[in-house]
Design a protein around this ligand. Sequence first.
Ligand code: SF4
Length: 413
Amino acid sequence: APAPPPARHLFSDAAEAAALRGNLLAWYDRCKRDLPWRALVRGHIGKRGPALPPAVWVSEIMLQQTQVATVIDYYNRWMQKWPTLQALAQASLEEVNELWAGLGYYSRGKRLQEAARKVVSELAGQMPRRAEDLQKLLPGVGRYTAGAIASIAFGQATGVVDGNVIRVLCRLRCIGADSSSPAVLDRLWDMANVLVDRSRPGDFNQALMELGATVCVPKAPLCRECPVKQHCQAWRRVSVAQTTVTLVFAGVGDCPLCPPATEPWDSSLGVTNFPRKAAKKPPRAMRTATCVLERRGYHGAPEYLVVQRPSSGLLAGLWEFPSLPLAQDLQEEKEREELADHLQAWTGRPVAAKGLRFMGEVIHIFSHIHQTYVVYSLHLDGDVTLDPALSPSRWVTEDEFHASAVSTAMKKV
Ligand code: SF4
């Protein structure tokens, strides 16, 4: 078995851990942000009724990769429409995608609904109560979400580790090894499980995340206002003399949790020396030709053709203008020809490449793809019969387009 890490990387002093919990919870009680899911949870917490777990679950899924300010409106509309898992289980994927449109990472909404259906049809409407079971039984529920639901909705004393918690724990314990590596993540999970408050696990986990979101922020942490600074090794390091810092960090040898020898402590960074991550792979570049096909609708207003994407993969089930992924470095002329052929399949009539009007390019960054949409437009006269054998497609007015399940990228187009 690997040797345990040095004490400076652990919470091995029980009295110190208890003091940290107390200080953090007292701060949270005083300073936590008033967020709609917290109000909902507060309303249900004493009763621990069936509405509590979905209220937590939906917020946790929406908050993954998305800012709080963006989530609030989506969360309120979602909970109004589907306050229970039974209601959500009866919704169509189309309705879910419509409400989710603009929130990004669309598979989250789809899997939330699949999981609700599973709870209703296979688990007698009862959500599992323990983190291990939530993770094992519900699609889209990973280790973090399972821990958050189990601790906040069911009071299980289990820790959580998300991006905010990683930052706070790495600073509290001077962990400078790659925080995205499995070895470091395992240590952080162990630490979160040791640290979690046994009597208020949900509040404790939220407090740790809240600290990361509002005080121990990535670039300019507010250490002087921090309720746990007296327990923070990183803060202690920058508060003592530079010579001591040099000694502490020069003597780490091959500790697996210290900054690697090739990237030693940088005194100009202070506490933001932690956490550290291996460099991310650059996003993959993709080009897609897309065409805004327009016709005059029955009442004279313009209408646009939208087609539905496949039910799996990127932007699954969302609607878009007819689009075609392009090979890199394709000549413009060839690009037009390929798009014209593609459009012919949708419209059932020949489309002249020369008739396509180039409108410009739209760039949209997905998490792992740098997507460039090469946008064309084409006006069609006369009636166009859509082929029902192809993927679902329909003509929409501008208002209908905006109310449909379309991605932010298509709205930019
Ligand atoms: Fe983060 Fe600074 Fe608080 Fe340490 S003292 S936990 S670095 S805000």
